[in-house]
Design a protein around this ligand. Sequence first.
Ligand SMILES: Cc1cc2nc3c(=O)[nH]c(=O)nc-3n(C[C@H](O)[C@H](O)[C@H](O)COP(=O)(O)O)c2cc1C
Length: 178
Amino acid sequence: MAHDVLVIGTSLNPESRSRVLAKAAFTELAKKTSVQFLDLADYQLPICDGDSAYAAPGVSEITAIIKDSKAILLAVPIYNFAGSAAAKNLIELTGSAWEDKIVGFLCAAGGKSSYMSIMGLANSLMLDFRCVINPRFVYADGSAFDGDAVTDKKIIARIEELVASTIKLAGIREEVRT
Ligand SMILES: Cc1cc2nc3c(=O)[nH]c(=O)nc-3n(C[C@H](O)[C@H](O)[C@H](O)COP(=O)(O)O)c2cc1C
């Protein structure tokens, strides 16, 4: 296995805040274990049609990277009181690669009241692919950021908790890395 934990940024917005959360989690993870970052904005994945879309460029590569991970942190924009369509589409395209993974979420939202919106994706991963969903998750609105940095101390602590609990749940032996 090339890495223990995979962090996936699912926003297609060049100014994405969930990508900022993802990078903060990646930096924290890299101190403790092997981690890979995958940004959906680097791919042009087709909408899943349950047919020819599975053969599109990038799909088998991403599927293999997901399959090769013990745990996955999914950074997700909240759109229309749900995880974004791009995040859902990723799961539709890669399906059973998610089986039995430990999964955690980092959500970026416009306001505070959509905090339960990730449950649709969480439920589908849990019930469809027997993922173990980390109950610690990060949910941040715009007030947590200053440009490309997470500045809210509570959100920074949440990211650290998410990383530590994900490593624990996945049974990864921590290493001190510089
Ligand atoms: C189409 C669309 C729908 C959105 N729906 C919601 C919503 O239901 N609840 C919310 O809190 N924010 C909503 N937002 C705001 C986004 O969650 C916010 O811009 C967030 O930063 C998006 O993540 P990103 O920056 O990583 O792309 C919406 C934004 C867009 C573009």
